[in-house]
Design a binder for this molecule. Structure first.
Ligand code: ACO
Length: 332
C-alpha cells in the first residue's frame, strides 16, 4: 500500500479514432456473432486507428484536450507519463514523442508498461514525482493501438480490443479540499501468472524471425476464463483497500469507473461492492477494451457529459496483464 499524497486532477481529455468496427463486421472475419460477443462481453463495437495513426498521435490529441480543459500550456508541464503496451517503437518512449508533438520542452517523459492497469500505475508514479518536488504539473496518459497486436484470425481475442487514448493533467496541490484530489491508490502485481495474458513474441525473449512470423507470436494471447476470475477477485479487493485507505465507504461512491474489459466483470464487481448499475460507468459497448486508455477515456466522458459534480467520490479500478491491478479513490 502506498501513502496518500496531495495531487489533483485538473483537466481531462480523450481521443478515439473515427473508424468503427462492429460485431457484425467481425462476424464476416471470424466465426463469431453479435449475439455471442454482446452476451459474453457487452461489446457492440470498437474503434480502430488508421494505418498511419500512431499511439503517440492519439496520446497527443487526448493530451491537447486535457491541457485545454486544465488551462495549462505545454511548456508548463514538468512531467509526461504515458501508460501503454503499444508504444510507437521500443525507444524512444512514447512520452518523449508526445513531448515533442506538444512542444512541452520543460517536461521529462517516460512510459509505463502495466497493461490495462497502466493508467493508474502512471497516475501513482506521477503523484510520487510531484510530491517528491520540485515538479508541479504532470500529464498522465493512457494510450493504445491494440489493433497492432491483434491476430485477426483469433476469435478468442480479436473481438475484445480497440484503440484510443485518454489523458489527465495532474497538479501538486496541498489544499485538503482541492477539487479532483486523489485520496488513495493501491497497486499490486503477480508475475507468476504472466503466462495467462501476454504478447509472447516481438521482444528479446522471442524476436520475430522469418521462421516464426507465421505463428504470429507478436499478437495477444489470453486465457480468458482464468483472467476473468482473477480480474473480479483482484479488482474487488483493490477497491475495498483503496476505499479503506481513503476512509470512504462504498455507499459514498458516486461513480465507479472501472477498467472496461467486459461488462460482466464490471457488474460482478459492482454487485460485490453493493453499488447499483446507475453508479457504475460503462462504455465498453462503444470502444471494447482499450487497455491503459479505458479509465482516462471514461473519466473524460463522464466529466464532459456533466455526470460528475464537484466533491463526488469516484472509485477507479483496473486489472490487466502481468497480472497487475490498481485502484484509486478521487474526490472530484
Ligand atoms: N465467438 C464465438 N465463440 C467464441 C468466441 C467468439 N468471439 N471466442 C471464444 N469462443 C468460444 C470458445 O472457443 C469456447 O468454445 P468451446 O466451449 O467450444 O471451447 C466458448 O466460446 C466459450 O469460451 P470461454 O473462453 O469459456 O468464454 P467466456 O465466457 O469465458 O468469455 C471472454 C470469454 C469474453 C474472453 C472472457 O473470459 C473475458 O472477458 N475474460 C477476461 C478479459 C479481461 O479481463 N482481460 C483483462 C485485461 S486485458 C489486458 O490486460 C490487455
Amino acid at each position: 500500500m502506498s501513502k496518500p499524497c496531495q495531487c489533483s486532477i485538473i483537466g481531462t481529455g480523450s481521443y478515439m479514432p473515427s473508424k468503427v468496427l462492429t460485431n457484425d463486421d467481425l462476424s464476416k472475419m471470424v466465426e463469431t456473432s453479435d449475439e455471442w460477443i454482446t452476451t459474453r462481453t457487452g461489446i457492440k463495437e470498437r474503434r480502430i486507428a488508421a494505418d498511419d495513426e500512431t499511439t503517440s498521435d492519439m496520446a497527443t490529441a487526448a493530451a491537447k484536450q486535457a491541457l485545454e480543459a486544465a488551462g495549462v500550456k505545454p511548456e508548463e508541464l514538468d512531467l509526461i507519463v504515458v501508460a501503454t503496451v503499444t508504444p510507437d517503437m521500443f525507444f524512444p518512449s512514447t512520452a518523449c514523442l508526445v513531448q515533442s508533438k506538444l512542444g512541452a520542452k520543460n517536461a521529462i517523459g517516460f512510459d509505463i508498461s502495466a497493461a490495462c492497469s497502466g493508467f493508474l500505475y502512471a497516475l501513482q508514479a506521477a503523484r510520487h514525482f510531484l510530491n517528491g518536488g520540485p515538479r508541479m504539473t504532470a500529464l498522465v496518459i493512457g494510450a493504445e493501438k491494440l489493433s497492432s497486436l491483434i491476430n485477426w484470425k483469433d476469435r478468442n481475442t480479436c473481438v475484445l480490443f480497440g484503440d484510443g487514448a485518454g489523458a489527465v493533467v495532474v497538479r501538486r496541490d496541498d489544499r485538503k479540499t482541492a477539487p479532483g484530489r486523489v485520496l488513495s491508490t493501491v497497486m499490486g502485481s503477480d508475475g507468476t501468472l504472466a503466462d495467462l495474458l501476454k504478447v509472447p513474441g516481438g521482444g528479446s525473449a522471442c524476436p520475430i524471425t522469418a521462421e516464426n512470423v507465421a505463428l504470429r507470436p507478436n499478437t495477444i494471447y489470453m486465457e480468458g476464463r482464468e483472467t476473468f476470475k482473477h480480474a473480479v477477485t483482484r479488482m474487488y479487493q483493490a477497491s475495498l483497500d483503496a476505499l479503506e485507505q481513503a476512509g470512504v465507504k462504498a455507499e459514498d461512491v458516486k461513480l465507479v469507473i472501472p477498467h472496461q474489459a467486459n461488462a460482466r466483470i464490471i457488474s460482478a464487481i459492482a454487485e460485490r461492492l453493493n453499488v447499483p448499475p446507475e453508479r457504475t460507468f460503462i462504455n465498453v459497448d462503444k470502444y471494447g477494451n482499450t487497455s491503459a486508455a479505458t479509465i482516462p477515456v471514461a473519466l473524460d466522458e463522464a466529466q464532459r457529459s456533466g455526470r460528475l459534480k464537484s466533491g463526488d467520490i469516484l472509485l477507479l479500478v483496473a486489472f490487466g496483464g502481468g497480472f497487475t491491478w490498481a485502484s484509486s479513490v478521487v474526490a472530484w
